[in-house]
Design a protein around this ligand. Structure first.
Ligand code: SF4
Ligand code: SF4
Length: 102
């Protein structure tokens, strides 16, 4: 359920990307690795991060994992690059980078 990400470029037709809005069975959303739709990519600076966890609930794609009360790095398989997390971070620990690679 995923395009070979190394073969995607500006000429890749949208039809070749992972489909959205298709549910074949319960609990399958994780298999749809729609991070390939991303045009911009958030980059996390763990040194600046104060673990306030404001960013996590704001992510519409649940792409900021929390383990033992601390956030981890982004789930780039599902992050769409919307930039909301970078906007809400009060400590400048997230910057947006052009392109789909962190
Ligand atoms: S850029 Fe958007 S989708 Fe990606 S982690 Fe941040 S809030 Fe979530
Ligand atoms: S909002 Fe910023 S400081 Fe707070 S957990 Fe997220 S990245 Fe870290």
């Amino acid at each position: 359920m995923r395009t070979d990400i190394t073969k995607i470029n500006e000429k890749t037709p949208y039809q070749d990307l992972t489909e959205g809005l298709m549910v074949f069975a319960g609990g399958t959303a994780k298999l749809f690795k729609t991070g390939e739709w991303r045009n911009n990519t958030p980059v996390w600076d763990s040194e600046k991060c104060r673990q306030c966890l404001l960013c996590t609930p704001c992510c519409p794609d649940s792409s900021i994992p929390v383990m033992s009360g601390r956030r981890g790095n982004f789930d780039y398989d599902h992050c769409k690059g919307c930039g909301i997390c970078a906007n809400v971070c009060p400590f400048g620990a997230i910057t947006m980078k052009e392109g789909m690679e962190p």
